[in-house]
Design a binder for this molecule. Structure first.
Ligand code: NAI
Length: 686
């Protein structure tokens, strides 16, 4: 039985037990319905406590029922049944009450929670709105302003905040069930509050809705659900309960089958399975209780901060005392800026910093569980570091490199116990960016790979396994992005038009603005190295800009000009336009609209991604989606690069690519892309 009833004299305790997260599956809904009926008919019962077994309160809808027609009793009806029961129901919350789970709690007369609990309506994150009265009851409980914030952002609220906002009626210290029974007894002796459906929504200022709409639209960028959620709260404020319920339900059903919701669901499932990929099932990771980072520059400091945020003691090794001080000061800046932005308290920041030891002495690494190297991108320097680490560290300590472009096989050649070596490619800023590419060599043991994934879980990052090639998954695709962007310039587009089009696709920044922000010098350095290896990287215009010292914002100019007093606002540059014109002399020019610019960049990226899949550099199309979303700002609501291509239709992608090929603007569609066009989805090699 998923739902059981116990009688504690005059209080009934209804317990839901549906592991792992007490999802509101059909059987739970059915049993709860029966429980209401039965307890309404039980004369000795004065109130009902609704509580859950396991690690959490009802955490929402059953994800296995997503996309299927729901079976009765429908959740809105069940909640109405609880709300109109003759006995008051009290939701006793531990863990999290999210989505449908919290909507059930809103149908109860009271809500109480343990202090570690959280509540929320995260539906917008899946491209939908609450479907069982959340947007209608919430403003009746806490007013339109707070309700709007909660429903349009989807951010969960901690118990303490929930108590102060009036979302819950009490925080229970000690045993929840006992506390809930005591609360219930005290409550029924008092005058009961009205059920939410009978309350009215507090009136707001006339300008409230317009102002909020503007704020929500600008935050949501091109996502539909937040504005639709706002419309639901507004409807709740401006019409009666039943009309608002019908409006919310209509909106919910409409959005549920929308392309954005399907993309966001796709990402949700991809993220859920990313941390425990099937190929590592049953493989035990090594325990990680302490960590070290070698190199305290941009990446090393960010990685050390991420490790500290996960609670690990961290040793930071640098090459001399001055560099140790600089590394520690980089870390201080990271935590100070987190305090300034309100992301953490100064106490927490101080605690994080106190857990870091800076040193030049590799000897202290003898007992550490994992070492992550983030020194200069230079093979000899890295090899020297691993030479030392491989003799000093324990033979089972994981040794990882954060290299972006060097070959991990070469970095680890000759080290002792090469099975414990792995690439862990973080993204900048490493304490904030979610992506972690995990790059095994041929000798890396499965346990070491599993440890990389376990570390990602500890750091709350999204791990993706990547094979070895130039740039792994993400930077290899980035090269295509940049090359295509330059091809567009040679064929008649301007940097401004290209950036605007890519923002229209949903990226936070276009490729040229992004290069100006990050600096053109890093890529120039890599191109030089590639030319030494005999390769011919394509960046005719970027090469000329670098030759002029135009490295981007930091040098006062790059793809754009920047004014002295305003180093951040890009302005189209006459100098760059002149260089483009010179370089484009031999190329035929055409007119570019937004859609064709997007095609000329995004579709060759898709093509490259299929080669990456074919070579098993990425194991799954959804891994590429996660890389693009979490490492490169591809819009989540488009589901990532590969989902975008599937939605568009892979056959259409092939046809559009062929047109670009005919104009000399793209490479031929790969075999895998052509084969995938037949089935409409990306097939792997075999
Ligand atoms: P950085 O130049 O900011 O920092 C490198 C640090 O390593 C310096 O503080 C230097 O003093 C230290 N160092 C050099 N040799 C050392 C040694 N033998 N022992 C101890 N410390 C030593 O460089 P950044 O940007 O932090 O890059 C580090 C690594 O991370 C590189 O391999 C780079 O390719 C990779 N990476 C960089 C990203 C970025 O956006 N900057 C992104 C992802 C990876």
């Amino acid at each position: 039985m998923a739902v059981t009833i116990e009688f504690k004299s005059d209080i009934a305790v209804v317990t839901v037990d549906n592991p792992p997260v007490n999802a509101l599956s059909q059987s739970v809904r059915q049993d709860l319905w029966k429980a209401v009926e039965r307890l309404d008919a039980e004369p000795s019962v004065r109130a009902v406590v609704l509580i859950c077994e396991g690690r959490t309160f009802m955490a929402g809808a059953d994800v296995n029922e997503f996309g299927k027609p729901p079976l009765p009793p429908h959740l809105p009806d069940l909640i109405a049944r609880i709300e109109t029961a003759t006995k008051p129901w009290i939701a006793a919350i531990h863990g999290s009450a999210l989505g449908g789970g919290f909507e059930v709690a809103l149908g109860c007369r009271f809500r109480i929670a343990v202090s570690s609990a959280s509540v929320g309506l995260p539906e917008v994150r899946l491209g939908i709105v609450p479907g069982a009265g959340g947007s209608v009851r919430l403003p009746r409980l806490i007013g339109p302003a707070l309700a709007t914030d909660m429903v349009t952002t989807g951010t969960p609220v901690t118990a303490a905040k929930a108590r102060s906002q009036g979302l819950i009626d009490a925080i229970i210290e000690g045993d929840l069930e006992t506390g809930a029974i005591d609360f219930a007894r005290a409550a029924v002796d008092q005058c009961l509050p009205l059920p939410l459906r009978q309350r009215s929504v507090p009136v707001v200022d006339a300008t409230f809705w317009e102002a909020t709409e503007k704020a929500v639209a600008s935050r949501a960028k091109r996502e539909d659900a937040p504005l639709r959620a706002l419309a639901c709260v507004r409807k709740a404020a401006e019409s009666d309960f039943d009309t608002a319920m019908a409006f919310e339900r209509r909106t919910f059903l409409e959005l549920r089958s929308s392309p954005q919701a399907s993309a966001l669901r796709h990402v949700y499932f991809a993220e859920r399975s990313a941390t425990r990929p099937p190929e590592l099932a049953g493989i035990e990771p090594r325990p990680i209780r302490s960590a070290a980072v070698v190199g305290g520059g941009t990446m090393g400091a960010g990685i050390a901060a991420a490790l500290r945020d996960a609670g690990l003691p961290v040793t930071l090794v640098e090459r001399d005392e001055v560099a140790v001080e600089r590394g520690l000061s980089n870390l201080r800046s990271i935590f100070e800026s987190a305090v300034k932005r309100g992301r953490t308290t100064s106490e927490t920041a101080a605690e994080r910093l106190s857990g870091i030891i800076g040193t030049t002495d590799y000897g202290v690494l003898a007992r550490v569980d994992i070492v992550i190297e983030a020194v200069f991108e230079d093979l000899d320097v890295k090899r020297e570091v691993f030479g030392k680490l491989s003799t000093i560290c324990r033979s089972d300590a994981v040794l990882a490199t954060n290299t972006s472009y060097l070959n991990p096989e070469q970095i680890s050649a000759g080290i002792k116990h090469p099975e414990r070596f792995v690439g862990l490619h973080f993204f900048s800023p490493a304490h904030a960016m979610k992506l972690l590419e995990i790059v095994p060599t041929a000798q890396t043991s499965p346990a070491t790979v599993a440890t990389g994934f376990a570390l990602a879980r500890m750091l709350k990052k999204i791990p993706v396994r990547a094979g070895i090639c130039d740039g792994f998954i993400g930077n290899r695709i980035l090269k295509v992005t940049r090359a295509q962007a330059e091809r567009l310039l040679l064929a008649g587009a301007t940097p401004w038009a290209v950036d605007t089009a890519m923002r229209a696709l949903g990226l936070p920044m276009g490729p040229f603005e992004a290069q100006d922000l990050g600096g053109l010098d890093i890529a120039a350095f890599q191109r030089r190295a590639a030319r030494v290896r005999g390769e011919t990287p394509f960046a005719p215009i970027a090469d000329r800009l670098c030759a002029l010292g135009r490295f981007g914002q930091k040098s006062g100019g790059g793809w754009y000009d920047y004014a002295k007093g305003d180093k951040r606002t890009p302005r189209p540059s006459e100098i760059v336009a002149g260089i483009i014109a010179e370089e484009a002399r031999e190329t035929s020019q055409r007119k570019w609209d937004e859609a064709s610019i997007i095609d000329c960049i995004a579709l060759p990226m898709v093509n490259e991604a299929t080669k990456i899949l074919h070579e098993k550099i990425a194991l799954r199309a959804e891994d590429i989606d996660l890389v693009e979303i979490h490492g490169y700002g591809f819009p989540r609501w488009r589901g990532g690069l590969m989902h975008y291509a599937e939605e568009r239709g892979i056959a259409g992608v092939v046809a559009a690519l062929e047109r670009l090929v005919a104009e000399g603007l793209a490479e031929d569609p790969s075999d895998l892309l052509r084969r995938s066009a037949e089935s409409g989805q990306f097939v792997s090699r075999d």
